[in-house]
Design a protein around this ligand. Sequence first.
Ligand code: HEC
Length: 479
Amino acid sequence: MKKIYFLFLSLAIICLAFCRLNDNTKASGENRLALPMSDSAMIRAAANYKNYCAGCHWEDLSWFEKRPWKYGFSVEDISKSTRIGMPDFGMPSFAETFSAEELQELSEYIYITLNLEAKERKDFIAGEGIYETEKLRLRPDTIIKDLKVPWGMAFLPNGDIIVNEREGRMLRYSVDGELLSEIRGLPEIHSRGQGGLMDIRLHPDYESNGWLYFAYSYQVEKDGEGWNTALMRAKLKGNELTEKQLLYEGIPGSTKGVHFGCKITFDGKGHVFFGIGDRGFMERAQDLSNDCGKIIRLKEDGSIPLDNPFVKNPQARPAIWSYGHRNPQGLVINPWDGTLWESEHGPKGGDELNLILAGKNYGWPEITFGIDYNGTIISSDTAKEGMEQPVIYWVPSIAPCGMTFVKSDKYPGWEGDLLVGSLRFNNMERLEISGNRVTHKEVLLNDIGRMRNIEVDSEGYVYIALENPGMIIKLVTEK
Ligand code: HEC
């Protein structure tokens, strides 16, 4: 008995070594060991599966096949997923439930039953699979793995991808996902809660002027305690940020870790727009003397455009373009008609898609379709004189994150559509837009992961930043 046990353990160790190899390389799966499992181990594992897993993953394990794998499907990956659990998705950790051998058996049982070895041979990259959608067959191609929380993405003219991690790292990758370097020379970034290093965008004429714009949370010194959102531009020299210009610092500070904004967009007519959230104090969104709960509009050099709506109001911050926002997490110009679209996280049931007009009040917290997350009513009003209505609102809240118009011919049938990521439902919405109305909505890429951002590269391909685990995927179509 002991001998068998020893043999089994050695095999397990060998297998682990192989899985690790396969994880780090994209080499083909040749020379892999088939996993022999004793009958008794198989029976034990099947019983454990039935008791502890079948409730959520179904008796025949088919749950695992209805969606692409997100965290890897080697024995080691399955074992890790089971050990740590998926607290954000309601799967408990099983670290205390099973012994190391039981965990190993269970993972092998899943691996063997689903014939994952064959899958692993042709498909090494977590997160791949085909999604059937109304108009297209889509294959998410994992380009970058092993990120913490990825936020902004920017595509340099040579194809390199810059990825901002919320924690404060700006990373440069090659077009096929090889980490080239970490960019140095960033300002001091206060990474806390939802704040940290956020969006990054190339100036529309980047090729001639080299300006990179990025947003981050900074420690406020003059205007109260805490942190707020700042916008900076700089040029890349090698892997160093140079010629840094601080363009804007939102005020006042707040020691709360929520609602920093900050997505950036350009109108191509000399202006840069970005959003700052209410920083956890909802009443600030209605007060024009601060930057919280506002969409800000600057000239590209950071100066205030004289045609901003509140420049003549001595009580107002002159950079404000619109107000009454809770937490803007999507901001994009419609490339056909130049209109500015914004998505924001409302309270429960109050997420909004807005068409942003100069000087308008979008109502938060005076009017909202949502209620507070703890169940209390924020406002019984959904409309008021002088306050704008959203184009659409989401019930339940999807936590819209990242938004882009499809302009290229890479996704036939999607031209002109607005793609909106969902941080909460781990999927994406495709909105067909006609003028200022949404005429059709399709929910796609179900369960692909917490969607933090959506961007397009210079060729028009859509890239999606996912959290938990942090990765960047490129959407490609299949025949
Ligand atoms: C209460 C429900 C629940 C139970 C019980 C549960 N899981 Fe899960 N599990 C989930 C959910 C939900 C996910 C998907 C998480 C996500 O989408 O990120 C998941 C994900 C996984 C994954 C990762 C799949 C991937 O895409 O990479 C593995 C592996 C897994 N579970 C194994 C198990 C095993 C083994 C057991 C039993 C010991 C178990 N789970 C029990 C809910 C559960």
